[in-house]
Ligand binder design. Structure first.
Ligand code: GTP
Ligand code: MG
Length: 535
């Protein structure tokens, strides 16, 4: 197969939503229907039950929530799929936003009982701004839910996007029996399979089939026919171009837990979504089918394999063919590096990869030079846009209570900071180099502490701190003129990981006081090199 054919058959997408809508469950069911696992695991697995493939971290399994995004590559029906399951909790949204830079489409999951929730809306807005095609899955139709027509209306009103229902539920809640495919006009009636671990048996017929009537009670059947008529006469017409432009979202209904509508969603998505799209370098787009290999790092994860304390840098291939052991220029250092030790990923599992194509995600093991946002390319002119940071809002000081374990503490600290679990700042006044940790949300600190102890055997003590805001000084400013006397009470001057000067303020009043005193200093919520690329 040539480069063009390989690109054509690739689909790289993320599953996004508010916490608990069912992203990890849906991911697992995609794996089941694609034949990548024989038996679907569960996020809330009890003893003797298989656990999900994408929530592999110990803390994720303990809590039943996703903390870190997971990459899964598998083949299905001629396609090569790169799927990313993301965490919904807003404290981990920096990880989710980084993933959005690496995909070409998203599946947005909505809980049918709750409609559009806050985090879904925020993530939607980022995708919409980036013109990423959005496919919607209305999940948990097996539970008492909002009316399907009301949900459709909510998507259109709240997200200000047109919605095209690709299919429609046959009944809802306890009466949820299956899915009507509006384009083929087929009715899919499902049976429950034990625990949803296996594919749900399905019978395909038409709406006129007496079986459909039999499975739904009279009221539900009449309502179904009325709703379908409303959609056919008054709904948005189907327009494939608008889907790819991110202006219309195709909507699918179902239940990930019960496997109802999962295959219709997977097949519908693969049919309508795009193959890999070009990425921007400077003012131009790098065509995906050029000969030269290029890609960028969007995520770093340490200790995926507890037996080897190593670190994987995840790269999205943007153009050309990646071949193991090839050399490429690392744009940020200007160095030429050999790309050996490359892996394709399936949750926690990894396998050596010899070749990869645009859209693929490759994990590089042990390349310590690579940082999030870095470019690797054969063409030295290529440098992809930086990945945005988030302004931190929570701060804490991390102490090592156990001086005899300082080495481990330090190693763990450095690794987890590189991974971006939290951001780290160091006071500029020299003295004890106790790092100040900064995060978007407090759960990130908990994960940091837990992983430091679990993965590095290093205890730590976190002291909450009084700072509330971080502001970067402009590159032109000379931080040495800022003595402690010129800073408001409680504010402190620190360096970020790249050595840029930053002031931490205890609150809005301190920031206002400082800006009044120093009107010519233009402070920024983010490092200056990154402000232009924020989401
Ligand atoms: N009734 C019902 N429950 C479901 C369905 N799909 C998922 N769930 C349940 O919803 C809960 C959350 O599911 P997850 O798949 O972990 O949700 P998530 O979106 O990955 O959550 P985070 O990653 O933590 O944001 C679990 O208890 C699932 O079993 C469904 O179709 N019906
Ligand atoms: Mg999850």
């Amino acid at each position: 197969m040539g480069l063009k054919e390989e690109i054509q058959r690739r689909r790289t997408f993320a599953i996004i939503s508010h916490p608990d809508a069912g992203k990890t469950t849906l991911t697992e069911k995609f794996l089941l229907y694609a034949g990548a696992v024989q038996l679907a695991g569960s996020v809330t697995a009890r003893r003797n039950q298989r656990q999900s493939t994408s929530d592999w971290m110990e803390l994720e399994r303990k809590r039943g929530i996703s903390i870190s995004s997971t990459v899964l590559q598998f083949d299905y029906s001629g396609f090569r799929i790169n799927l990313l399951d993301t965490p919904g909790h807003q404290d981990f949204s920096e990880d989710t936003y980084r993933v959005l830079t690496a995909v070409d489409a998203v599946v947005m999951v909505i809980d049918a009982a709750k409609g559009i929730e806050a985090q879904t809306r925020k993530l939607f807005e980022v995708c919409h701004r980036r013109k990423i095609p959005i496919f919607t899955f209305v999940n948990k139709m097996d539970r008492p839910s909002k009316e399907p027509l009301a949900l459709l209306d909510e998507i259109e009103q709240v997200l200000r996007i047109s919605a095209f229902p690709m299919n429609w539920p046959l009944g809802t809640g306890f009466q949820f029996r299956g899915i009507y495919d509006r384009l083929t006009r087929e009715a899919h009636l499902f049976e429950l399979a034990a625990g949803g671990a296996y594919r749900a048996p399905v019978q395909i017929s038409t709406l006129a089939d007496p079986l459909v009537h039999e499975r739904l009670d009279g009221g539900a059947h009449t309502r179904l026919l009325e709703e379908i008529e409303i959609l056919d006469t008054a709904g948005t017409p189907f327009d494939e171009k608008k889907i790819l432009a991110g202006e219309t979202t195709p909507v699918f209904f179902g239940s990930a837990r019960n496997n109802f509508g999962v295959q219709l969603l997977l097949d519908g998505f693969l049919k309508r979504a795009d193959s890999p799209r070009p990425r921007r370098s400077g003012a131009s787009l790098v065509p995906v089918d050029t000969a030269g290999f290029s890609g960028f790092i969007f995520k770093i994860q340490a200790n995926m394999d507890p037996r080897h304390r190593d670190r994987i840098a995840f790269l999205r291939v943007c153009s050309g063919i990646f071949r193991r052991d090839m050399t490429a220029i690392h744009a940020q250092s200007g160095k030429e590096i050999r790309l050996s030790n490359a892996a394709k990923l399936f949750g926690r599992e990894r396998e050596t990869v010899d070749e990869a194509y645009p859209g693929d995600i490759v994990g590089f093991v042990g390349q310590s030079i690579l940082r999030i946002g870095d470019t690797l390319a054969e063409d030295p002119q290529i440098r992809f846009e930086e990945i945005p940071h988030f302004p931190p809002e929570c701060f804490a000081v991390l102490n090592n209570p156990n001086p005899s374990k300082y080495k481990r503490f330090r190693e763990g600290l450095d690794q987890l900071l590189q991974e971006g679990v939290v951001q780290g700042f160091l006071p500029r006044n020299g003295g004890a180099q106790v790092p100040i940790l900064a995060a978007v949300g407090p759960l990130q600190f908990e994960v940091f502490k837990y992983r430091l102890e679990n993965e590095y055997g290093a205890e730590s003590r976190l002291e909450a701190s009084e700072w509330k805001l971080a502001r970067w000084l402009p590159p032109s400013a000379d931080p040495s003129v800022l003595t402690s006397a010129s800073l408001p009470t409680g504010a402190v001057l620190v360096n970020d990981s790249k050595g840029n000067p930053v002031i931490l303020f205890p609150g809005d009043w301190a920031l206002e006081y400082f800006t009044e005193k120093n009107p010519i200093l233009e402070l920024s919520e983010l490092p200056f090199s990154e402000t232009s690329t924020l989401a």
